[in-house]
Design a protein around this ligand. Structure first.
Ligand SMILES: [Zn+2]
Length: 413
């Protein structure tokens, strides 16, 4: 069963009373986001307009941050920064997390891959850290203000696959890791596909035994679904021309989170439709979707861009809720949007939530204006035990984080 209460307030509640139906959620729509309670899983897709940032409060209260995007943007194709341009994306992220949890540290953080819309972007005007050891943007800015206990990425410790990563952003990021691990107690680990023991409940794992984060893929290595076994999807580099080598997006790290019957997929920017003339193995989505299986909620790969969200992945994941991060007018592209809606790829209803839809894209793609949510922080609140979840949309124009809509509850399968 699904209840949808958009912009419900006193009037909607009065209507519900007259109709003699429960009004359990109306008191929170229009008001502040209700506080997290033990056993609940919250997944906050934070709207900055500057890339991907997802903050998780796990059932035992431990925390996880996946990505901290901070592109510079500013062109007509780019979505506007949220709430506004008066602060950097990293600062907005830190303030959001402090507001929601009061936390001074993060138990886990993870980068899906090394692009600025996922890790930050260093420019001539990026501020220095207090230590002077690195500059602040995206993940380094978050880590400056919220101590990260354990950080996972696809490249540690050598950052040499498929070729040495030696950009300004990477040099700064590695200086951040060095200082934080030597001076501030951060543990850094390479994200290992197949494993389910790298991101765990840090506080009370015994109490919530149906919880798991399974590493699905990174660097083309994909979980088989059996134990911790993996298969390498990419051919040996020496057997292919360098112009065909895997891109940074193809190397993205992704996982499946499970809590009871609730399953959630996030895969970074992996593509599923090779660019014209490129080999079939540039489709990374197909093997990853086989490993993931059906889920309740999924983040669109690569923001729903032209090379992502192939038909197999859409049909295999078949979620009730799709979520995507918009920072460009091509998020999503037209055929991607058609596939998301296609009941030939999978039957039944589904809701689509964007966090910062670009107005130009709504003009170009017919039907896009009718998606379930087009603006705001998209927060999944999963009930204790994982039997159902709701989607809260929070106002991203100010730091009151007012609830603008509540969707669900959706039963988990
Ligand atoms: Zn991206």
């Amino acid at each position: 069963m699904r209840l949808t209460l958009k912009k419900s307030g006193p009037a909607a509640c009065a209507a519900a009373v007259l109709a003699l139906i429960p009004c359990a959620f109306a008191q929170t729509s229009g008001g502040p986001f209700p506080a997290w309670t033990p056993g609940t899983l919250d997944i906050h897709h934070i709207s900055t307009g500057r890339g991907n940032t997802t903050f998780f409060v796990l059932p035992d209260g431990s925390t996880l941050l996946v990505d901290a995007g901070a592109i510079t943007g500013g062109g007509p194709r780019h979505a506007p920064p949220r709430p506004d341009a008066s602060r950097s994306a990293g600062e907005w992220i830190v303030r959001y997390i402090r507001h929601m949890t009061g936390a001074a540290e993060l138990d886990h953080a993870m980068l899906t891959h090394f692009h600025s819309d996922h890790m930050g972007q260093i420019t001539g005007s990026s501020p220095q850290s207090k230590s002077g050891a690195y500059k602040l943007s995206g993940i380094t800015e978050v880590g400056e203000h919220l101590r990260i206990r354990k950080l996972l990425d696809r490249g540690w410790p050598d950052y040499g696959y498929p070729a040495q990563l030696d950009t300004t952003d990477m040099a700064n990021y590695r200086a951040f890791l060095k200082w934080q691990s030597e001076r501030n107690g951060m543990r850094v680990e390479r994200f290992v596909p197949g494993r389910n023991d790298q991101i765990v409940l840090a506080r009370d794992p015994k109490k919530y035994q149906g919880f798991e984060i399974r590493n699905l893929a990174a660097n083309g290595e994909v979980w088989t679904g059996v134990g911790t076994d993996t298969r390498q999807h990419f051919p040996p580099l020496e057997t292919v021309p360098k112009s065909d080598w895997p891109s940074e997006n193809m190397c993205s790290a992704g996982f499946r989170l499970s809590y009871g019957k609730f399953d959630y997929y996030t895969g970074g920017d992996i593509p599923g439709i090779p660019n014209e003339g490129f080999p079939e193995w540039h489709d990374v989505e197909t093997p990853v979707a086989k490993a993931a299986g059906p889920v309740e909620a999924a983040v669109l790969d690569h923001h729903g861009y032209i090379d992502s969200m192939n038909a197999f992945l859409v049909g295999a994941l078949r979620p009730r809720a799709w979520i995507f991060f918009v920072w460009d007018s091509a998020h999503p592209t037209h055929r991607v949007f058609n596939r998301l809606r296609s009941t030939r790829l999978y039957p039944g209803p589904r809701d689509i939530f964007a966090n910062n839809m670009h107005p130009a894209n709504k003009t170009v793609i017919s039907g896009l204006e009718k998606i379930t949510g087009e603006r705001g922080h998209v927060v999944l609140r999963v009930a204790p035990g994982g039997a159902s979840f709701r989607v809260f949309l929070l106002d991203d124009a100010a730091e009151t984080y007012r609830v603008t809509a509540i969707h669900g509850p959706y039963d988990c399968r």
